[in-house]
Unconditional design. Structure first.
Length: 138
């Protein structure tokens, strides 16, 4: 089955999509944005708030892992691109949703900027899939 001409053509198409300069930059920046969100409690200095620290660490590592998956195996992970924008939105609203978080300017800015970047990069990662669906190929 793996040698079927349709599967071979589909894998080649996904490989071409992953090799575009936009995809490479997007994937790399997604990994970096995820690492920033994961490390932001230590970079910005709000580790005393355990809930938001754990949240940022988990979400940031998930985003970094997704970015790495998009870069390394786009043909198998492209259907997960919609998750990044959702995680970015969660990063933004987590400040208000996670109990025990104090509203300081540094926490708000860190999460809003990091979450906003993740949303934008996630939407950029979705562009090849949107184009493929518009053209009638999945």
């Amino acid at each position: 089955m793996s040698g079927h001409p349709d599967i071979v053509a589909m894998n080649a198409r996904y490989e071409r999509m992953a090799e575009t300069p936009l995809a490479q930059v997007t994937d790399g920046l997604t990994v970096l944005a995820g690492l920033f969100v994961a490390l932001s409690p230590w970079i910005v200095g709000f580790t005393q708030f355990g809930g938001i620290t754990a949240n940022n660490l988990a979400v940031g590592l998930a985003v970094a892992a997704l970015g790495a998956c998009f870069a390394l195996a786009y043909e198998r992970s492209h259907r997960l691109t919609w998750v990044c924008p959702l995680l970015g939105v969660w990063t933004i609203i987590a400040i208000w949703a996670v109990a025990g978080t104090e509203m300081t300017a540094s926490i708000v800015l860190s999460n809003v900027i990091g979450g906003g970047l993740i949303v934008l990069l996630g939407l950029a990662a979705m562009i090849p899939m949107i184009r493929a669906r518009r053209e009638g190929r999945t």
